[in-house]
Design a protein around this ligand. Structure first.
Ligand code: SAM
Length: 292
């Protein structure tokens, strides 16, 4: 691309935010469960205690839809809370009857003050849960498996947490095998998980180096590549996208088997990262590959 840095991230994730702390309450040193449970929580100390015991290192599922997706894609969810169990189960009846029984068994009702102590800015659905992050070994096994029937998406040093979440959601929707990031952004950062709507459990999400990329032909997206409209992307493709700030890294370019361009009139410098992934996955699906 000839206009470097022309497309700054919409919401800049500075270096600190990229690997920054989570946005939900972690146990504080010396603060036992009673500190968090507070008066009125007598019937619910187990859920709150479990939350505090597990918060550090768990994945926050922020809202009904994130919980619904995580349960649907078989995440291990040890604790889920809501301020209105009846309303949450009515939502399940309406939107997710397949996981209604699982949600009924999982959800513990807590007062609003308790939810706010656990999650500073609760989701409008007043549902929050913790899930166990899949092991790196399990994800690496999925990414390395051959033959592969759906592509892996690679984000080469992405900077924007919202973009990464949107891409994970897209990858889940298209049934992609996984989303790999290179660089410092943590693809399991709470803001990315929020953007992914709980769909991190529907595709293998890991951070790797360019040297560790999964097997398969690398199709790297770049406006100076070959027009995608004349190409069929194979099911085992590794679809690589550059950073919002600087595009594809030299390491990724050196690893690429093909450079591929999305149609764009000359006066426009580039598309947004997540929309580029959307167009590419759509092209793959429209030319033979398809979500299950
Ligand atoms: C926001 S763009 C990067 C812009 C960056 N300022 C640059 O100069 O390279 C992020 C990524 O989306 C993909 N992309 C955006 N527009 C594209 C296009 N027209 N054709 C192919 N890939 C594109 C590329 O992978 C690119 O590295």
């Amino acid at each position: 691309m000839n206009e470097r840095d022309a497309d700054a991230p919409e919401t800049t994730a500075g270096a600190d935010a990229v690997d920054g702390p989570g946005t939900f309450a972690r146990p504080e040193t010396g603060a036992g469960p009673s500190a968090a449970d507070g008066p009125g929580d007598e019937g619910r100390p187990d859920a709150v205690r479990t939350w505090h015991r597990l918060a550090d290192g768990s994945v926050l599922l922020d809202g009904f839809h994130a919980l619904k997706h995580a349960v649907r894609f078989r995440a291990d969810v040890p604790v889920a809370v809501t301020t209105d169990r009846r309303a949450a189960l009515e939502l399940a009846d309406e939107l997710a009857p397949d996981v209604r029984d699982a949600l009924e068994a999982l959800l513990t009702e807590v007062p609003e003050t308790t939810l706010k102590a656990l999650v500073p800015r609760p989701h409008p659905t007043s549902v929050a849960a913790l899930a166990v992050r899949p092991s790196r070994a399990a994800n690496l096994g999925i990414l390395a498996r051959t033959p592969r029937s759906t592509p892996v998406v690679v984000l080469d040093n992405p900077r924007n947490l919202g973009n990464a979440g949107a891409v994970i959601r897209l990858a889940a929707g298209f049934g992609a095998t996984g989303v790999v990031t290179t660089g410092t952004l943590d693809p399991w950062h709470p803001t990315v998980v929020r953007g992914g709507a709980g769909l991190h459990f529907a595709t293998a999400v890991e951070r790797l180096t360019v040297d560790e990329l999964p097997p398969g032909p690398v199709f790297a997206l770049d406006p100076e590549g070959e027009d995608i409209r004349g190409l069929k992307l194979p099911d085992d493709a590794v679809l690589a996208f550059g950073s919002e700030r600087t595009g594809l890294s030299p390491e990724l370019r050196a690893r690429a088997d093909h450079l591929v361009a999305l149609p764009m009139r000359p006066q426009v410098s580039s598309y947004n990262l997540a929309t580029s992934v959307a167009m590419t996955l759509f092209h793959w699906s429209a030319t033979g590959g398809a979500p299950a």
